[in-house]
Design a protein around this ligand. Structure first.
Ligand code: F3S
Length: 293
């Protein structure tokens, strides 16, 4: 049995940065709050709470505290409410998300289509920088209107490139001028490509990450097109029947999945199979290279 980890699995740059900024804010003293869970991973949210970095549901729960804006960013309205509530803002909005927000704002005078999940906080934040011409389209949803003199298209940072390409293809024939910004972050594209390459070479993929993590769900969707794929949040969910007939097992993890969670899943596989192979450090998990399967 071979168990390999896809390259680029685990925390992305934006998540690492947000965690570091939150912990530095706490170390500097005072009450620290995050507007919503700092990252979409229950384990990390619990850890942060035990360190005194508590998630609040809305701006009123944060008034007068230091508030860390998570990597997804916040809406313009929430930002204004936090400021008027006397909060000290620690802005951990990922620079990739900030760029997408700024592009929406800069093109707000023309119709802007945002490809993404309208219920996701990142997309809600992006939408708030637009105006009445700005709207959100889910993947696979195409506008029935037009033609447009000028149209702008941007994407949620964790979308699949194929979804953005499909939207562009759908609207292009109805545009005189089409402005497309590829706002899919490179961490997302690299992670998705690596997971798909490993899935193609595996009998079973285990995709590790929070059930509320958009980029983890996207990985699960992509991997399940290539092979049998299970989305699990932690090692405790894995059972022996899950591993049946799997000689080549691939692991992939979302941008908000900590290394410890990946290490635990890796070791749990060997424990359930009753064979040696467990490792003590994340770095010891073998990585997938094209020639290794
Ligand atoms: Fe930023 Fe991309 Fe991570 S947008 S938060 S680096 S998944």
């Amino acid at each position: 049995m071979k168990v390999l980890l896809a390259e680029h699995s685990g925390f992305c740059f934006g998540v690492r940065r947000a965690l570091q900024m939150a912990r530095e804010a706490k170390a500097a003293g005072g009450e620290v709050r995050t507007l919503g869970d700092l990252i979409h991973n229950p384990r990390i949210v619990r850890e942060l709470a035990s360190e005194g970095i508590v998630s609040v549901e809305d701006v009123t729960g944060a008034s007068g505290t230091k508030v860390v804006l998570r990597s997804h960013g916040v809406s313009k309205e929430d930002l204004a409410a936090l400021r008027s509530g006397g909060c000290e803002i620690i802005d951990a909005t990922c620079p990739y998300v900030e760029r997408a927000q700024q592009l929406v704002a800069a093109h707000a005078e023309i119709p802007v289509l945002i490809l993404g999940d309208p219920d996701h906080p990142e997309v809600k934040g992006m939408l708030s920088y637009g105006n009445s011409h700005t709207r959100v389209l889910r993947p696979g949803e195409f506008p029935g209107d037009g033609p447009w003199k000028t149209l702008c298209v941007v994407s949620q940072t964790t979308q699949k490139l194929a979804n953005l390409q499909a939207l562009v293809q759908s609207v292009l024939p109805r545009c005189l001028e089409l402005i497309v910004f590829n706002t899919i972050c490179s961490a997302t594209s690299l992670r998705q490509e690596a997971a798909v390459a490993l899935a193609k070479a595996s009998d079973l993929m285990l995709v590790i990450g929070g059930r509320n993590s958009s980029n983890t769900k996207m990985l699960q969707d992509l991997c399940s097109r290539e092979t049998r794929s299970l989305h699990i949040e932690d090692a405790g969910e894995l059972t022996l029947p899950d591993l049946a007939d799997a000689a080549n097992i691939g692991l992939a993890a979302g941008a908000s999945t900590p290394e410890e969670a990946i290490l635990e899943v890796y070791n749990q596989i060997f424990k359930l199979m009753g064979i040696p192979g467990a490792v003590s450090r994340f770095e010891e998990i073998p990585r997938y290279k094209e020639e290794s399967c």
